[in-house]
Design a protein around this ligand. Structure first.
Ligand code: SF4
Ligand code: SF4
Ligand code: SF4
Length: 458
């Protein structure tokens, strides 16, 4: 008999799920989570508990949490872990905040949807006890330096194409479970949080003369799947390369958990003074900022791939507002004139819809050079860890406003290309040598696993 018997109305969540937990006492059997797991995540209809050994399959995307009107489904809370680290006088706590958090956090403090609260968020984190607050846009810049390099290398050396982005852990899990034959299509570059965490435990620790064991990296993300990603030991080469146990990213909390911490500490968020991120490994470009939007990774990568191919920055009229890959459509396709060659690219969001495109690629109906996939509808701005908005019209508007806020942020920045970021250049000069180097592969690339047993049984 299934351990999930009697729970047919809701998604089956394993007790060990690192991202999602269900409080059955609050469940009103509305089945909205099942709808989200079917139509958004595309997971629920694709497996059978009777055939897979009664295993609740999950890509940790948190779209069921966003859909649950009664808060029966929530993220696994890691707030006490953060509080404990802050209270420990021997630990230095480094918060790293993903791009999309800043355009949703304000929703918890009655600000209009899409308000960019970056500087108040930084201030709040310092009030909570952060020793350092760094922007994951820096990690995003690093991801692009390696990913654009890998793309050009694959094209020039007749490698496996299309190359797929791999910075969304929801999509990576989906690929590992449902498309294990496509794992060699995934870019081997780690996600922005993965890279930044490794660089903090290595270069940052060294430059600040801190033992890496005394650093606690806390990622603040729009994403429940990042809690799962943080536990992937193969992402912790920073610690491993120094012969140390432990993870590179120690704790991951969502935008909602950060909002709760701010409220629990009675911090008057809207009255906080504006503050800036710390500088070392802490600031990124506009291209890194738009990572939170569907199409953002693609646009950032195209800007840098153009530079790698031509030795000059891409024409700003097209590449700094690349309309063909923008917008909230589930699938966008474009031919891109890169000077020396033309790329055929696609951008897909909302896993259930993206799956249709992946099937077309797999059965040969469509061919591309480069494909971006994000599991959540609209990208990370609508991630499973963002502030919940249950009313559909308000949520639809929020998605548009959050999306626009990141593009506006990019437009306002002087630094629009990842490869122009002086902090990125410094990291290569002092530590990683050059994109695609041996040390870069050792530390900031990764590998993936065939997890089809989760669908088919062991
Ligand atoms: S987290 Fe995503 S995949 Fe997992 S049960 Fe919820 S909607 Fe489905
Ligand atoms: S959405 Fe929430 S309340 Fe509705 S069935 Fe799912 S867990 Fe229960
Ligand atoms: S789209 Fe973003 S928020 Fe959603 S699962 Fe992927 S990385 Fe997480």
């Amino acid at each position: 008999m299934s351990k999930f018997t009697g729970m047919e109305h809701r998604v089956p969540i394993e007790k060990e799920n690192p991202s999602i937990v269900c409080n059955d006492a609050l469940c009103k059997k509305c089945k909205l989570c099942v709808k989200a797991c079917t139509l958004d995540a595309g997971v629920y209809p694709l497996y059978d508990l009777e055939k897979n050994g009664d295993h609740g399959v999950c890509i940790n995307c948190g779209q069921c949490i966003i859909a649950c009107p009664f808060n029966a489904l929530t993220e696994v809370s890691n707030i006490s872990d953060v509080e404990q680290a802050i209270a420990d006088p021997n630990k230095k706590v480094v918060f790293i905040t993903a791009p999309a958090v800043r355009v949703s956090l304000g929703d918890a403090f009655n600000l209009p949807t899409g308000t960019n609260v970056e500087s108040k968020m930084v201030s709040a984190l310092r009030k909570l006890g952060a020793d350092y607050v760094l922007d994951v846009t820096f990690g995003a810049d690093m991801t692009i330096m390696e990913e654009a390099f890998e793309l050009i290398e694959r094209i020039q050396n007749k490698g496996v194409l299309p190359m797929f982005t791999s910075c969304c852990p929801g999509w990576v899990s989906f690929c590992e479970m449902f498309y294990p034959d496509y794992l060699n299509h995934l870019s081997t570059v780690k996600s922005p949080i993965g890279i930044q965490s490794t660089l903090i435990k290595t270069l940052f620790a060294k430059k600040n003369n801190i033992n890496p064991k005394d650093l606690v990296v806390v990622s603040v993300t729009p994403c429940t799947a990042k809690k799962y990603e943080a536990k992937r030991v193969e992402l912790s080469q920073g610690m491993k390369s120094q012969g140390l146990d432990g993870l590179d990213c120690d704790i991951s909390i969502t935008t909602r958990e950060l909002a709760k911490m701010i409220k629990d500490h009675a911090i008057d968020f809207n009255s906080l003074e504006d503050q800036e991120f710390d500088n070392m490994l802490g600031k990124g470009s506009g291209a890194g900022l738009i990572f939170g939007n569907t199409g953002g990774v693609m646009e950032a990568a195209l800007r840098t791939a153009y530079y790698y191919l031509n030795g000059i920055n891409a024409p700003s009229d097209k590449f700094l507002s690349f309309e063909a890959v923008r917008g909230l459509d589930n699938v966008k396709e474009a031919y891109v004139d890169m000077g020396k060659l033309t790329l055929h690219v696609a951008v897909a969001n909302q896993m259930a819809e993206a799956k249709k495109l992946i099937d077309e690629i797999r059965n040969g109906q469509k061919t591309f050079d480069f494909v971006e996939v994000m599991a959540c509808k609209g990208g990370c701005v609508n991630g499973g860890g963002q502030i919940k908005i249950l009313k559909k019209p308000v949520m639809d508007e929020a998605r548009i406003n959050r999306n626009k806020a990141l593009y506006d942020g990019d437009k306002k920045m002087n630094l629009r290309y990842c490869h122009d970021n002086p902090l990125v250049k410094q990291v290569y000069d002092e530590f990683l040598n050059k994109p695609g180097s041996v040390i870069a592969h050792d530390l900031i690339h990764t590998h993936f696993y065939d997890r089809s047993w989760e669908i088919n049984g062991k």
